[in-house]
Write a protein that binds this ligand. Structure first.
Ligand code: FAD
Ligand code: NAI
Length: 464
């Protein structure tokens, strides 16, 4: 330790970085975390997971009242009024509370927050703001930011990215979303629920690339049913802004006649890219791969001894819980323990209504690897979902035909984001579909649909 300022310096305080820093400190290592943003918590807490869920929750309740869904339950709300300022205020409050919470946890665990932009000056030295520190171990957890669409300028007024879309001061009459991925569907849902007409322009022939094929098809049907207009297999070739309005030029992805679309807000959500520019990687002897990511080994070591990397800046899904688990594992590896993340079992959730979730292989991927058995159970046949007037969706369990081991679980259900944890746990324990089918599930719960989908793999569900 003699000439090092810290045992561990983490660059970035997102869910990867702050968790790594806290666990390193818990393990007795002298730890600092460099963060250039004014508050801790990274993309997730400041402009990602948390503010988007604050708006998703509030807009869902608004729609329940405004659409008459509550009235059907005997709850009359004759004058439903949107107070967008108050909706934003509770979003800001949620962010403030949680980012402040990380600051508290840093103090509690004696993690030093080095405020400012960090940039390598050598393999074990980093300039942060005006100062320079040396650390025995450096964890790069710089996260990601919005991928720009060439030729489309984000002005955060008419043409916004996800951060701008969280902060729109009024409900747009027509919001065009470029990219039918997770951000486009979540934030598109928020603004549709509070009154915007929403058109989603997606380059591919289905929404949500990477998810199970049947889920993608069903999601398309459900969002259409909710009133979203979907323009699939379509690309945006230009956006012109004039007098507070946008005119988009669209073309079929495969080429063909162009058309135009007028909008008063445009959300660009075509993916995110790793944050490495201005990080001085060359001074540390590091480089990035073709996708701009920092390559690591199974233990999260980069090619330079003593430098580690985790989260959105490394290959893999760009998800907060994946970053968090990597944060714990990297700190444990630095401390000489064995930190492992099973990247085959990372759940993903789209927090729309209903929620869409999956873990493990898609049916397509599983079939490529061998023979499978598939069991499906519709939410309409689940007593709790039916009673709650939540008929949309289903649960699908994909198991290996010979061993019966569960390879993947996909679901569309009001509480799929919560239910998928059980599937992840079962897969982590190497469960068979029979194990799930013979596990007693409380009644009446949505989770019984998971049990019945597993029973369907056995060919013996009860309620269908
Ligand atoms: P980040 O959270 O991006 O944090 C990196 C931090 O490093 C930032 O604060 C940045 O300021 C700082 N930094 C970068 N470079 C430097 C530097 N050189 N010096 C100092 N500081 C630096 N994921 C989910 O799992 N669930 C969700 O519901 C979800 N919702 C999302 C909604 C939106 C709108 C967006 C945009 C993302 C969402 N995500 C969600 C993705 C999630 O936010 C990311 O996967 C997660 O934040 C990645 O964590 P990270 O620690 O790798 O990086
Ligand atoms: P995404 O990768 O989920 O979706 C981008 C979509 O844009 C894809 O469907 C792609 O085919 C489409 N696309 C790309 N170029 C296009 C073009 N020129 N024209 C039309 N469509 C185009 O990326 P998104 O939604 O921006 O989200 C970024 C990341 O943030 C995701 O990887 C996700 O992991 C993470 N995130 C996670 C959330 C969650 O876990 N609930 C919520 C929000 C974001």
């Amino acid at each position: 330790m003699a000439d090092y300022d810290f045992d561990v310096l983490v660059i970035g305080s997102g869910p990867g970085g702050y968790v790594a820093a806290i666990r390193a400190a818990q393990l007795g290592l002298k730890t600092a975390c460099a963060e250039s943003r004014a508050t801790l918590g990274g993309t997730c807490l400041n402009v990602g997971c948390i503010p988007s869920k604050a708006l998703l929750h509030a807009s869902e309740l608004y729609e329940e009242a405004a659409s008459g869904k509550l009235a059907k339950l005997g709850i009359k709300t004759p004058t439903v009024e949107l107070d967008l300022d108050a909706m934003h205020a509770q979003r800001i409050d949620a962010v403030k509370g949680l980012t402040g919470g990380i600051e508290f946890l840093f103090k509690k665990n004696k993690v030093e927050w080095l405020k400012g932009h960090a940039s390598f000056t050598g393999k074990d030295s980093v300039k942060v703001g005006d100062g320079e520190v040396r650390a025995k171990n450096i964890v790069i957890a710089t996260g990601s930011s919005v991928t720009p669409l060439p030729g489309v300028e984000i002005d955060q007024k008419v043409v916004v990215d996800s951060t701008g879309a969280l902060e729109l001061a009024k409900v747009p009459q027509h919001l065009v979303v470029i990219g039918g991925g997770v951000i486009g569907l979540e934030l598109g849902s928020v603004w549709r629920r509070v009154g915007a007409k929403v058109t989603v322009v997606e380059f591919l022939d289905q929404l949500l690339p990477g998810m199970d094929g049947e889920v993608r098809k069903e999601a398309g049907k459900l969002f259409k049913k909710q009133g979203m207009e979907l323009k699939l297999s379509t690309k945006v070739t230009g956006v012109a802004v004039n007098g507070g309005k946008a005119t988009l030029t669209l073309e079929p992805s495969a080429g063909g006649a162009a058309e135009t679309l007028e909008a008063d807000a445009v959300l660009v959500s075509i993916g995110r890219r790793p944050n490495t520019s201005g990080l001085g990687l060359e001074a540390a002897g590091l480089s990035t791969n073709q996708r701009g990511q920092i390559e690591i080994d199974h233990d999260f070591r980069t090619s330079v001894p003593g430098i580690w990397a985790i989260g959105d800046v490394v290959p893999g899904p760009m998800l907060a819980h994946k970053a968090e688990d990597e944060g714990i594992a990297v700190a444990e590896n630095i401390a000489g323990l064995t930190g492992i993340v099973n990247h085959d079992v990372i759940p993903s959730v789209v927090y729309t209504w209903p929620e869409i979730a999956g873990v493990g292989l898609t049916e397509e991927q599983a079939k490529e690897r061998g023979e499978v058995k598939v069991g499906k159970f519709p939410m309409i046949a689940n007593s709790r979902a039916k009673t709650n007037h939540e008929p949309d969706g289903w649960v699908k369990v994909i198991a290996d035909a010979k061993s019966d081991r569960v390879l993947g679980v996909w679901m569309i259900a009001s509480v799929a984001g919560t239910m998928i944890a059980q599937a992840a746990q079962a897969m982590e324990f190497g469960a068979t579909s029979e194990d799930i089918a013979y596990t007693c599930h409380a009644h009446p719960t949505h989770s019984e649909a998971f049990k019945e989908a597993a029973m369907a793999v056995q060919g013996k569900p009860i309620h269908i």
